[in-house]
Design a protein around this ligand. Structure first.
Ligand code: CU
Length: 147
């Protein structure tokens, strides 16, 4: 192998790494699955869902719904919940909102959704277009991950 071949090889390797590093700048490709809302017992409700991302990184920045004028996103740490300004939807990964963990919080409900109904919810992201999800209302104790 002469000196020139070694240099070309090194250059190709550097370019390859640079391209890989750019993947977080590509468009997010989002898909929402497994959404549900346990039937609320008071004037608050929680929403759970998974946002799958087969593209570049994004963030869930807000949620809106006709059910409530006060919809926020909460993280749960040490069994206490706290409002956050956004959640990461990692590139090639997923944002998992599930019981006992991070969730969507609906305060001051305008009506009481019942099991079998659906609640229309709009998810807003930093980069991707908003996604509207018809969230099915399940029984109050519903937890798909414990079945
Ligand atoms: Cu909460």
């Amino acid at each position: 192998m002469n000196r020139r071949t070694v240099l070309v090889g090194a250059l190709a390797l550097t370019t390859g790494l640079a391209l890989t590093g750019c993947s977080s700048d590509s468009r997010p490709e989002l898909e929402v699955t497994g959404a549900f809302m346990p039937q609320p017992v008071g004037d608050m409700a929680a929403g759970f869902l998974v946002v799958k991302n087969s593209g570049g990184t994004d963030r869930l920045t807000s949620v809106s719904s006709a059910l409530s004028d006060h919809v926020t996103i909460h993280e749960t740490k040490n069994q206490a919940m706290r409002m956050v300004s956004s959640f990461e939807v990692p590139a090639g990964g997923e944002l998992d909102l599930g019981r006992g963990g991070n969730h969507i919080m609906f305060m001051d409900l305008k009506k009481q959704p019942k099991q079998g109904e659906t609640v229309s919810v709009e998810l807003h992201f930093e980069k991707a277009d908003p996604i509207t999800v018809d969230v099915p209302v399940k029984e109050t104790t519903y937890n798909p991950k414990k079945q």
